[in-house]
Design a binder for this molecule. Structure first.
Ligand SMILES: Cc1cc2nc3c(=O)[nH]c(=O)nc-3n(C[C@H](O)[C@H](O)[C@H](O)COP(=O)(O)OP(=O)(O)OC[C@H]3O[C@@H](n4cnc5c(N)ncnc54)[C@H](O)[C@@H]3O)c2cc1C
Ligand code: SF4
Length: 449
C-alpha cells in the first residue's frame, strides 16, 4: 500500500521521534489546514485529515536527514574546505557598538544590530525572529517584526524549540525578509529556495546562532519544582534565558513577586535531563547555511573582559558587505579572527556535533530506531571517541527517564548547579585529549547515492 507524504512524515519522522519541529512541511500544505502544535517536548506538525503534501515536503524535511554534500554544492557551488566551519567569507569577533543593543543581546548583540541595520537601510521590509514570552511567558514563538522596537524585543537566545518555517505560508512574496534560523531550519529553507519556493525566496537574509543544545519546555517546570514551586501554586510572569551581564543568567519572575536567577553554567544542569533529540542528531554547530552565524566568543580573554563578545561568521558576499558597512559606520566593533582560533573557542561542542552526532545517529539505528540520514560521514572515527560517546549517550539516556527527571526536580539548584558545573569541567578536561584528537584536521566522506 502506498502512503502519502503526510503519512510518511508522521510515521517515519514524527512518531519515530526525529522531527526537529522546523515547520517546513506545514508551510507546504496548500490547503493551509495543517499546523504546528506545542507539546512538552517541542512543536510537532499536526496534518489535517487527507492532507496532500507535495513530495518536496519529504525532500526538505531535516528530521529525516539532510543531503549536506548536495546542499553545499547547490547553495555554495562547492564542498567546504573546512568541515567544522562550513563555507565562509570571513570570521571575526565583535559586538554591537551601541551599549543598549549589546546588553539586550545574548552575547554581543550582533544579530539584533545587523537585523536593525538591514531594516534601517531599506534592504528588508520585515524581520522574522523568535521571541520568548509569546503567547505566554514560558512559551516562545516566531514573530514578524516590522519596527525597531519589535526587533529589539526579540533579542536574546531562546533555548526551547520553536517552529519557524511554518510562517512561510504567511509571507508576502512581494516583500523582502530577514529570518533567524537554527541549523536544521536554515538547511530546510535553503532547499526550499533552491526548489524555487517563492515564499522562501522572499527571505533575502538568513541569520542564525551557533546551536549546541536546546532543552525541552518541560525543563522549565522541573527547574521551578527544584525551587519548591509546583504548577498551580504560582505563575511565571517573565522568563529570560540570558539576562544581565554576559554570559548572563536565566531569570524567572513569578506573579507572586518571587525572582529566580541562575548563572548560565549552573542551569546547564538541566541539559542532560531535557536535551532535545534535535540537539543530539544535528551535525551542524556553526549554522552553516546562514548568511551570518553568530556564537558566544568563549575564551578566557573575552570572559575576563566581560560586556558580551560574539564570534561572527559571514557566509555570503551580501552579508559581508553589510558587516563591512556597519564597521565603517562605527556600528559594530570587530576584530578579524583566524578561523582555526575561532574554532578552538567551541572545540567540545564541535566534537559533540561533528563526531558525536554521527555516532549517536548510528547508535540509534543499531538499537532499531530511526535516525536522520546524511550524505556525509566522518572519514575516520577513533575507537576511543566511540567509547566516550557511549558514556555520554548513556548519561543522556538515563537523564531522559522519568526517575532521573523526578530526582533532579527534587534537588535544590544551589546544590546540583555547582556540582554539575564541576562535573562538566572535570569531564571536559578528562575527555579533551580523546575528543580533540585529530578534530582540527577532520574530513568528511561523501556517501553518494
Ligand atoms: C538553542 C540555542 C543554542 C545555542 N548554543 C550555542 C552554543 O553551543 N555555543 C555558542 O557559542 N552559542 C550558542 N548559541 C548562540 C548564542 O546563545 C547567541 O544566540 C549568539 O551568540 C548570538 O548572540 P547575539 O547577541 O548576536 O544575538 P542577539 O542579538 O541576542 O539576537 C539573537 C537573534 O536570534 C533570534 N533567536 C533567538 N533564539 C532563537 C531560536 N531558538 N531560533 C531562531 N531564532 C532565534 C532572536 O529572535 C534574535 O533576533 C545558541 C543559541 C540558541 C538559540
Ligand atoms: S522536521 Fe520539519 S519538515 Fe520534518 S516532519 Fe518535522 S516539522 Fe515537518
Amino acid at each position: 500500500m502506498t502512503i502519502n507524504v503526510a503519512e510518511r512524515l508522521t510515521r517515519d519522522v514524527v512518531r519515530a521521534g526525529i522531527c526537529t519541529g522546523c515547520g517546513a512541511c506545514v508551510a507546504l500544505d496548500a490547503t493551509g489546514r495543517s499546523l504546528m502544535v506545542d507539546t512538552p517536548f517541542g512543536p510537532i506538525p499536526e496534518f489535517h485529515a487527507n492532507t496532500e503534501l507535495p513530495e518536496l515536503a519529504w525532500k526538505v524535511c531535516p528530521g529525516k536527514g539532510i543531503r549536506y554534500a548536495e546542499l553545499y554544492r547547490r547553495h555554495y557551488g562547492q564542498l567546504p574546505d573546512n568541515w567544522l566551519l562550513g563555507c565562509f567569507q570571513a570570521v571575526r569577533t565583535g559586538y554591537s557598538a551601541v551599549p543598549e543593543i549589546r546588553q539586550a543581546g545574548a552575547s554581543g548583540g550582533v544579530m539584533t544590530h545587523v537585523l536593525l541595520h538591514l531594516l534601517d537601510t531599506g534592504r528588508i521590509d520585515a524581520v522574522i525572529a523568535v521571541r520568548q514570552g509569546v503567547p505566554e511567558p514560558e512559551r516562545a514563538r516566531v514573530v514578524l517584526a516590522v519596527t525597531r522596537e519589535e526587533i529589539l524585543a526579540a533579542a536574546q537566545s531562546v533555548y526551547i524549540p520553536v517552529s519557524i518555517l511554518d510562517i512561510l505560508s504567511r509571507l508576502d512574496p512581494g516583500k523582502r525578509y530577514a529570518m533567524t534560523c537554527l541549523p536544521d531550519q536554515a538547511a530546510a529553507l535553503r532547499q526550499l529556495q533552491l526548489e524555487g519556493d517563492v515564499r522562501a525566496l522572499a527571505v533575502k537574509y538568513v541569520l542564525g546562532p551557533y546551536t549546541g543544545t536546546a532543552i525541552y519546555p518541560a525543563a522549565i517546570d522541573c527547574y521551578l519544582r527544584s525551587k519548591g514551586i509546583s504548577r498551580g501554586m504560582d505563575r511565571i510572569e517573565s522568563l529570560k534565558w540570558r539576562a544581565g551581564e554576559w554570559p548572563g543568567y536565566m531569570e524567572i519572575r513569578m506573579v507572586s513577586g518571587k525572582l529566580f536567577r541562575s548563572r548560565k553554567f549552573y542551569y546547564n544542569f538541566l541539559i542532560p535531563f531535557f536535551v532535545t533529540q534535535n540537539s543530539l542528531q544535528s551535525v551542524d554547530l556553526t549554522n552553516e547555511f546562514t548568511d551570518l552565524s553568530v556564537g558566544d566568543a568563549w575564551s578566557p580573554r573575552f570572559e575576563s573582559l566581560g560586556g558580551g563578545h560574539s564570534v561572527m561568521v559571514t557566509r555570503s558576499a551580501a552579508l559581508e558587505t553589510v558587516v563591512r558597512e556597519m564597521e565603517a559606520r562605527g556600528l559594530l566593533v570587530t576584530t578579524p579572527e583566524d578561523p582555526m582560533r575561532a574554532l578552538e573557542m567551541h572545540g567540545h561542542m564541535l566534537d559533540f556535533k561533528k563526531r558525536g552526532g554521527f555516532i549517536r545517529n548510528r547508535m540509534r539505528e543499531f538499537f532499531g530506531h530511526k535516525a536522520p540520514q546524511y550524505d556525509i560521514r566522518p572519514e575516520r572515527l577513533p575507537r576511543s571517541r566511540i567509547l566516550v560517546e557511549g558514556v555520554v549517550s548513556g548519561l543522556f539516556l538515563f537523564g531522559s527517564t522519568r526517575l532521573a527527571r523526578w530526582m533532579v526536580a527534587r534537588l535544590p539548584e544551589t546544590v546540583i548547579g555547582p556540582i554539575f558545573n564541576r562535573l562538566r569541567l572535570t569531564w571536559k578536561a578528562l575527555s579533551k585529549p580523546t575528543k580533540r584528537k585529530a578534530l582540527g584536521t577532520m574530513r568528511m566522506q561523501v556517501v553518494e547515492g
